[in-house]
Write a protein that binds this ligand. Structure first.
Ligand code: IPD
Length: 268
């Protein structure tokens, strides 16, 4: 399997899905079709339509692959490649019209130690900004058809770091998460809650955030963005299988040791 071909396919399909989402977004606020884990965990008809398009296009091009999507479109494959897709990461931003919602597409490859992300693609649907990465071959942004390689810049000291975070939708977990953020806030420059985990992780690759922490992320929220961040030189910890389970922490290696200790001490 050539991961460069996978990322090209992810881009072609991701741009098509982004165009569909833009075309289907009415003026004003979007109607919510349903709720999932709690009344604030919403899904719209456009999330579903975007996932269906992505699944159909990917599996038409590569019929033996598996597919895992946020809106439930799971398919088991036989090729060893599985696509992990968030058709709209940042659904609440999409509903309100805040311009930070993305299509996130990653390809995982089965290996002796489990599945590894080998290709990732993220597009901010509202702005058209695009990021991608291939395992071992770096991360980049597109500017038209030109690729600009990404290297996360040297971070400031922790006390001057801008930290991205997010919250899952379960009310009983949100209280704990809010308390942990309250502990962290006086120790850093400030905290941002952008509202789309894929864009948070890409912001680390760009250097528009210095660090990130979130509990309870799902694979589709983070698979593509984490690969982009890592390939840009960011340390990302706590993914599946790691000791912290679903706690995702990320920072430039120059900040990571100290920052990860502080995050744990804050009770994340
Ligand atoms: C959510 C966003 C948000 C994060 C939540 C995710 P969704 O994804 O990534 O930033 O804080 O944990 O569930 O539901 O909009 O695809």
């Amino acid at each position: 399997v050539d991961p460069h071909a996978l990322v090209e396919l992810a881009r072609e399909v991701g741009l098509e899905a982004a165009a569909l989402v833009r075309a289907r977004r009415p003026e004003g606020r979007v109607g919510v079709a349903d709720t999932k884990s709690s009344r604030v965990d919403v899904v719209t008809e456009v999330d579903r339509a975007s996932e269906e398009l992505i699944r159909e296009r990917l599996l038409a091009a590569r019929p033996d692959d598996g597919f895992l999507g946020e809106e439930g479109g799971g398919v088991r494959g036989t090729s060893g490649v599985e696509w992990v897709v968030d058709p709209i990461d940042g659904t609440v931003n999409f509903v309100y019209g805040i311009p930070a919602y993305a299509v996130s597409i990653a390809a995982r490859l089965d290996g002796p130690d489990g599945a590894t992300e080998v290709a990732g693609y993220v597009v901010n649907i509202a702005t058209g900004e695009e990021w991608a990465a291939v395992l071992g071959a770096g991360a980049w942004r597109w500017s038209g058809e030109e690729r600009r390689p990404l290297h996360a810049p040297e971070p400031p000291p922790l006390a001057e770091a801008l930290v991205g975070t997010g919250f899952g939708y379960l009310p009983e977990r949100r209280r704990e998460q809010g308390l942990a953020v309250a502990q962290l806030l006086p120790q850093v420059r400030d905290v941002r809650r952008i509202g789309a985990a894929a864009l948070d992780l890409c912001a680390l690759a760009d250097g528009t955030l210095d660090a990130y922490v979130e509990q309870g992320l799902q694979p589709w929220d983070r698979a593509a963005g984490a690969l982009v961040a890592r390939e840009a030189g960011v340390r990302v910890e706590g993914l599946d299988g790691a000791p912290d389970g679903r706690l995702v922490m990320a920072a430039h290696p120059a900040l990571a040791g100290e920052y990860f200790d502080v995050v744990r001490a804050c009770g994340f």
